[in-house]
Design a protein around this ligand. Structure first.
Ligand SMILES: Nc1ncnc2c1ncn2[C@@H]1O[C@H](COP(=O)(O)OP(=O)(O)OP(=O)(O)O)[C@@H](O)[C@H]1O
Length: 332
């Protein structure tokens, strides 16, 4: 088990935070291709980790291994020390929720209905009560409706509650997908390119939303190509290159590491620095890096074509129950 990370705060003694999610020696092979090779990391409670790396580095494959969508060739994934089942629905039940690179909403259902789908993971119903619409069933339905309303407010989508998901602006679909994942009451939230295709304003709103999610006590791992976004959001950053963790550290450590510059960023450090520091974000203290939403040097999946529920990879078609999108809003 990896050492829990520590946080120093302002001048006080460092406080150890327990590890909540841990990947140990995860290797994933597809025939002759090794997509992940012996990947280990621990996510601490209350932590936001960024996962970056070039296209094809294995980032989504790692998420798929963490959520039971793929069974790793070797290695283990554990939540609070207990191995997670290799079954996405059960992983969701145990408290790990995710969003997808390609949005997977139910396009012909309303925003509210999409969130309710996520909520059903937590609705334990006596079958007879459900059948007869007894008091237990009605109480449970009322609780789900109330929770859904709060979550839509939390992600800033109350006005779209009755709108079909397919009609929502792209950035709002991503927010709705986050609300649906939150409806499962996760302890850990995995976000796969949450700002892909967003403009600068939406990207900033998403950063604030992720901070708000962390403040609810949910630990977060975020995949993004937008390194400026990652460096101003995350406590720690993992750089995956060709299926291996090349570098792991604070945003400052990672930004300054010549291996990262060479393997991933592809430009001299001073150029990266200039790019990262070009715009200052009010309220972001650590490294002054601001993300203006420019999607940097990776090829993005802008999802423009993908308003539906499909990720076309054949291997990735198993239903993920927690499936579906977020602006800053009220308390969940
Ligand atoms: N089911 C699969 N079968 C075969 N190869 C796969 C499968 N899933 C992923 N791969 C391969 O594994 C490697 C890692 O892919 P993955 O999608 O995890 O990378 P990524 O870092 O998420 O890339 P991107 O940034 O482009 O989304 C790639 O070479 C990809 O083609």
């Amino acid at each position: 088990m990896s050492e829990p990370t520590t946080t120093g705060g302002t001048g006080g003694a460092a406080v150890a935070r327990p590890t909540i999610l841990e990947a140990s020696g995860v290797t994933m092979q597809f025939g002759g291709l090794t997509a992940l090779n012996d990947v280990s990391f621990g996510l601490s409670e209350g932590e936001i980790i960024g996962l970056i790396g070039p296209n094809g580095a294995g980032k989504t494959t790692l998420f798929n291994c963490l959520t039971g969508l793929y069974s790793p060739t070797s290695g283990t994934v554990a939540l609070r020390g207990t191995p997670l089942p290799q079954d996405p629905a059960r992983v969701t039940e145990q408290g790990v929720a995710r969003t997808f690179q390609n949005i997977r909403l139910f396009p012909s259902m309303t925003a509210e209905e999409n969130v309710l789908v996520g909520r059903h993971v937590r609705m334990k119903q006596n079958p007879l009560s459900s059948l007869l619409h007894g008091p237990g069933f009605r109480r449970s339905e009322a609780e789900a409706a109330e929770r859904t309303e709060k979550l839509l407010a939390f992600v800033g989508l109350t006005r779209f509650s009755d709108e079909l998901a397919r009609n929502l602006p792209y950035g709002d679909q991503r927010r709705l997908e986050i609300a649906r994942a939150l409806a499962t009451d996760p302890s850990v939230l995995l976000l796969d390119e949450p700002t892909a295709g967003m403009n600068a304003q939406e990207t900033e709103a998403t950063r604030q939303l992720i901070f708000a999610i962390r403040d609810l006590g949910i630990s977060v791992v975020v995949i993004e190509h937008d390194t400026k976004f990652i460096f101003t959001l995350c406590d720690r950053v993992l750089v995956l290159v060709q299926g291996e963790v090349l570098v792991e550290g604070t945003p400052d450590e990672v930004r300054g590491d010549p291996r990262v510059v060479e393997a991933y960023l592809g430009a001299p450090p001073e150029e990266i620095e200039a790019q990262v520091n070009r715009v200052q974000v009010p309220g972001v203290q650590d490294n002054g890096a601001q993300d203006n939403g420019a999607q940097d040097n990776g090829a993005h999946d802008n999802g423009a074509e993908d308003n539906g529920t499909q990720d076309n990879r054949a291997q990735d078609n198993r239903a993920q129950r927690n499936g579906a999108p977020a602006e800053g809003g009220e308390q969940a």
